[in-house]
Structure formats: C-alpha cells, structure tokens
Design a protein around this ligand. Structure first.
Ligand SMILES: C[S@@+](CC[C@H](N)C(=O)[O-])C[C@H]1O[C@@H](n2cnc3c(N)ncnc32)[C@H](O)[C@@H]1O
Length: 258
C-alpha cells in the first residue's frame, strides 16, 4: 500500500524531519564519488544535499508519491535524479555505495524483504544508513486516532484497515538486520521528542503526513469531522503550560556495511 501526499504542504510541515535528516547527512563520511540511493526522498531537499556531497558521484531519489516526485524535480541536476517508485518494488543490483533513508521506512511493513532488496542494491563495501520511526513513536497521535477509528460514526471504514506502519524496538530490528551478512552492524535508538511551537504547526504535521492513511479510507462526507476530532483532541491533550504542544518521536538508527 502506498499513499499520495500533498508535497507542498509537506515541504512546509517537515521541519523536524529535515532536522533529523540533516544530522544524518552531516555524520556521513563520503569521498565524493559515491552512487547514492535515497529511499522515500519526499520533496527532494535532503536528496539535493546528498548530491552536493558527491560532485563526482550521483544520487537517485525514489518515492511512491507522484506529488512528492513532481516537487523534487526542481532540484534535478547532472548528478541528481528522481524516480516514481515503490520501495517495495526495488530491483537494483550492485549499484549503490550508500542506501540512505530518512523518516520513511516505517512505512514499509516487511523489513526482511526490504533488507534483502537493499543488500542486492549495494555494491560490496556499500553502506545502509536509515533513520526511521521506532517503538514509542507518536504515542499521543496513535492513541487519539485509534479512539477516533472506534467511534460508531467511523468504525465501518476501518473494518479491514491495515495499520500502515512498522515501528520496532531496537532489539527487534537488530534481529532482522543480523539475518543478513552485513558487517559493522549498529542499531540504536534516538529520542527526538518534539515540542511544536504552536497548534498550527502541530496541525500541519497531523495533516501531512500522519492523517493521510486514515482519511483515505473515509467517505468524503465524513473526512472533515474525523480530521477535526483528531486535531482537537491532540490540541487538548498535548498542550503544555507554555503553550507548546508535545509529541513523542522515537527513532531507530541503522548503520551496516555489505
Ligand atoms: C516523512 S516523508 C520523508 C521524506 C524525506 N525523506 C524527508 O526526510 O523529508 C516519507 C516519504 O516516504 C514516502 N514513502 C512512503 N512509503 C513509500 C513506499 N512504499 N515507496 C516509496 N516511497 C514511500 C512518502 O511518499 C513520503 O514522501
């Protein structure tokens, strides 16, 4: 299952994703001639930063949302291209020195299959570097959206709903990674809990991307009310004394070498 996102709204609502991604990029040690794959490149801003670091190499950003790829194209240049592609359909062989992904692979449910494809995509000595959501992430939003899904007005839309994310613990993820012959494996957690400066900023994040999988299931006539219920409850339950709004953001980091 893939989703269509509002890329222009995401560009404005993704300050904290960009902050994590920029830190990840700043910690990479690159020669400058690598070929890099960015899984779930979104609006392409971080992908463009990667391309700056490999003037003699190249970067390919892939994403399953056509709106995201459309917006990302503005960064396209000689060593940077974008492709509309579902990560689940990855089919590269011995092509990349780095498979990078920021704030994306929690949307992929089967990580055995994902890592098999990533392994195949990498050249020998190539590196995987992921940062994605882990256990404990978005605890307020998840509790509230689950309450909304159970309300009599909306329950009918979710009878065969498949929860869209995989957010493991470090131990669970390390067990998966260690099934592959990667070297130098490191899997670690990161607490990136966040205080949104105001309710509008939090609301933008709720709308893009968090509510997208839920609103997709609901009839047009009920969407606004479902959205309003979740947004209102989030505002009430996460408001702090200083008028900031708190949410848990728990990350899994992965480094491994082929
Ligand atoms: C939170 S955004 C992160 C974008 C970018 N990496 C960043 O840090 O700003 C997650 C991205 O993953 C993409 N995505 C989710 N599932 C995907 C899949 N199965 N295949 C490709 N892209 C996917 C979404 O379309 C979205 O652009």
């Amino acid at each position: 299952m893939t989703y269509e996102f509002d890329s222009r709204k995401y560009e404005k609502a993704s300050a904290h994703q960009k902050e994590w991604g920029e830190r990840l990029i700043s910690e990479l040690s690159l020669r400058g001639d690598e070929r890099i794959l960015d899984l779930g490149c979104g609006d392409g801003r971080l992908t463009a930063q990667l391309a700056e670091l490999v003037p003699e190499g190249s970067v390919l950003g892939i994403d399953a949302s056509s709106g995201m790829i459309e917006v990302a194209q503005k960064y396209r240049k000689d060593n940077l291209s974008f492709l509309l592609l579902d990560i689940n359909s990855l089919d590269f062989k011995d092509e990349f020195d780095l498979v990078f992904s920021n704030a994306t692979v929690h949307w992929i449910k089967d990580h055995n299959a994902l890592l098999r494809k990533v392994w195949r995509s990498l050249r020998n000595d190539g590196v995987v570097r992921f940062n994605f959501a882990g256990s404990g992430n978005c605890s307020n939003f998840f509790a509230i959206v689950k309450t909304a899904m159970k309300k009599p007005r909306y329950a009918k839309y979710f009878s065969d709903f498949v929860w869209p994310w995989f957010m493991p613990t470090v131990d669970e993820y390390e067990t998966i990674v260690r099934q592959f012959p990667f070297r130098d494996i490191r899997v670690w957690a990161d607490n990136a809990d966040h205080y949104f400066p105001d309710s509008q900023t939090m609301t933008k994040w709720i709308e893009q991307p968090s509510l997208v999988p839920f609103l997709k299931c609901i009839d047009q006539s009920d969407r606004q009310a479902f959205r309003d219920f979740v947004v209102q409850r989030m505002i009430e339950e996460t408001r702090q004394d200083d008028e900031t709004f708190f949410e848990t953001f728990r990350r899994i980091n992965v480094y491994a070498r082929k």
